[in-house]
Ligand binder design. Sequence first.
Ligand code: DOR
Length: 448
Amino acid sequence: MSQHYDLVVRGGRVVTPAGLREADVAIAEGRIAELGTIDPGRAAEVLDATGLTVLPGVIDSQVHFREPGATHKEDLESGTRAAALGGVTSVFEMPNTKPPTTGAEALRDKLDRAAGRAWTDHAFFVGGTAENAAQVAELERLPGCAGIKVFMGSSTGSLLVDADEPLETIARHARRRFAVHAEDEARLRERRDLVAGGADVAQHPVWRDPEAALRATTRITELCRRHGARVQVLHISTAEEMAVLQACKDVATVEVTPQHLTLTAPHCYAEWGTHAQMNPPIRDAAHQAALWRALDRGVVDVVGSDHAPHAASEKDGTYPDTPSGIPGVQTLLPLMLDHVAQGRLSLERLVDLVAAGPARVYNVACKGRIAAGFDADLTLVDLNAEREITRGWLASKADFSPFLGRRVRGWPVATVLRGRVIARDGEVQGQPAGRPVRFLETLGAGAA
Ligand code: DOR
């Protein structure tokens, strides 16, 4: 008897590891079972993908949700709903919540809160600190942990590791790749007066200058070389860092954000004021061109959103008291598809950056490619749809975005998580049933 499938995604153009091909995708028990021409009679349900392109589910490996501690800005339900509507099937959440995620108990608390409320699959970073530096090898092995995250420069929240000793300890003990926010704290402090007393937000990249980013990126890559550690350097914003990182592909992988690839200073500050304020800052067109060159050359491994929601009322305060951060989990894919439509990168390279790349960098089990045996996480997009990013479409509690009113070409129309359609045409479907993501290095660590 022929096999019975739970779902067949029929008639789409599919981005497979071998390239784009017309194929149906057959799904059984949450996994991809077969690719090719499938008899729809063998499926309990058929999802018509005619005219659509089927991508591996997008993995956003850098989001800040605010639960626990600041759920007026975002919680795990609203943040993952925004993700699902934006075509994202997995999120890795950062530890700078209140309290910060720095131990087993706080991680367990986040996993418990996500159960039955998260629309997407998820994992949580544990924040490295001076106190837990010697324990990172155990912490990073906890189920549901995406790895260790280190803030070398202070940003939103209290996490900071700027002294040599704890940084060295983390690099010596970490067995998995750890993620770093690379801005040099000493330099940020030295230059803080530049934005004292009512400075304009356009000074944000002057205060947090390219040198601050370069010093931290250089320091962390040298340290990783010394200790044989591996690092994912997050949200790279300068030409100079890309030159360093190109020479460090043995130890360092690289993330850029859609914000840094799309917005430019000084216009973004004139147009959006503090709504365009983030750390590291949006910089000028020359830096942005260098990010695109690095992306084109393959130096960049991942595009992550750095989704950083804040209440509009907080963002509308007076700089520099305004919080840094731009929401982006829902706009990541539309913005990047628009860059594809503009000819800035290929669709295959986009998939490499938002699915295969995060899976490779963090050693994710069974996600990131459309291949038999992998989780049936799929993002169906209409490459020709021209849409406007509107407030009504955005699900984040953060009621602002510097991308509001932007017209883009390319739009996510359906999101499939382990064989279930979780979002379609701007609405979530069913109940939140996201699960912890599994990682190759910790498969034996027990159920999350
Ligand atoms: O702009 C930022 N906002 N950069 C960060 O590193 C943290 C983030 C946040 O959590 O708000």
